[in-house]
Design a protein. Structure first.
Length: 327
């Protein structure tokens, strides 16, 4: 890495700071959090009033959407985007993550490792998924049922996302340390409430719809950000700026995509400035994209559905050797 490359990020950071884009936006977050919690609470009130009915599946859909929106707030709190105080960010993160049954401590630790080495084959936990292969080396290491799943991973990718919510609960209980008991309590209370109000058939259907759609929405929000972008390995020589930009992809869209993806559609800017409040990301994009153009740094951006196409294309190509018949 040259001295010039090392100074590039300092120059960009100075421009971002001068534009005031690192200032907190507490008012925006207060409105966002209040609206989310009111809708979330209202859905549970509707659940209680509806009783034993198939209409509860509509409530499950609303809860899946709002569980993801609460998770986005937990994500922002984990990056200290909301408050200057570490204490209040942690409280906010614990509350929002706790409501959806995800361990805040486990997830923040895992996510910070991802930010430090995005799309790194050996160091990014988000490319270390047992049922998927993001490089041919990962694919070659799989055997048995996991090899078969990986060989068809492009076709199975979206169906597998339906299990992501259940996986998040399991990992939260398994790896959360002192939070483990809170995570177990969350599951117990959730199941008790659902089975108290609903008969067994309705209860199981409600749980499957709620948890499967929540996991699907979460997976669809995070997958476009890095999957299908260059995967790094040990010995790469990229500086911080280029490492973050070249392994990330932005998703084009207006206010609806911003809301739908919780600001994760500005993945490049988020990775360069993780503590930047979500409302500032779209303004930072103008500065970052122009800076990258001036310095000859590739800046990836596409539409939402095209981003999924890139993900599936990458998964299909990586799995090609696994689909070949063994001689």
């Amino acid at each position: 890495m040259t001295t010039r490359q090392a100074s590039d990020f300092a120059q960009l950071a100075a421009s971002i700071k001068q534009a005031g884009l690192l200032r907190r936006r507490r008012g925006n977050y207060y409105v966002r959090m209040t609206a989310n919690l009111l809708v979330y609470a209202g859905a549970w009130v509707a659940f209680a009033l509806l009783g034993d009915s198939w209409w509860q599946l509509a409530v499950a859909v609303v809860l899946a959407v709002m569980s993801t929106q609460l998770s986005f707030i937990g994500h922002d709190a984990g990056h200290k985007q909301i408050f200057s105080s570490r204490k209040w960010n942690e409280i906010t993160g614990l509350v929002h993550s706790g409501l959806v049954g995800v361990s805040y401590g486990w997830w923040v630790g895992k996510h910070n490792r991802h930010h430090a080495n995005p799309n790194h084959e050996d160091e990014d936990p988000d490319v270390d998924i047992s049922v998927l292969a993001f490089t041919q080396r990962q694919g070659a290491a799989k055997s048995g049922p996991l090899r078969w799943i990986a060989s068809h991973q492009a076709a199975l990718f979206f169906p597998l996302l339906l299990l992501e919510g259940f996986a998040l609960h399991w990992h939260s209980i398994r790896h959360s340390g002192r939070e483990r008991y809170l995570m177990i309590a969350n599951v117990v209370v959730y199941l008790a409430v659902v089975f108290w109000v609903l008969s067994p058939v309705y209860a199981v259907a409600f749980i499957l719809v709620h948890q499967a759609l929540w996991g699907f929405y979460m997976g669809c929000s995070f997958a476009p950000n890095h999957k299908g972008m260059p995967v790094l390995s040990a010995g790469h020589t990229l500086d911080f700026l280029r490492k973050q930009v070249l392994t990330s992809r932005n998703v084009r869209g207006g206010w609806f995509v911003d809301l739908l993806l919780g600001g994760l559609n500005y993945q490049i800017e988020h990775h360069l400035f993780p503590s930047m409040p979500r409302p500032h990301l779209r303004h930072a994009q103008v500065i970052v994209r122009e800076f990258c153009a001036q310095h000859g740094i590739s800046y990836a951006q596409c539409g939402l559905f095209r981003s999924y196409g890139y993900v599936l294309q990458h998964l299909h190509e990586v799995a090609a050797p696994l689909r070949e018949r063994r001689v």
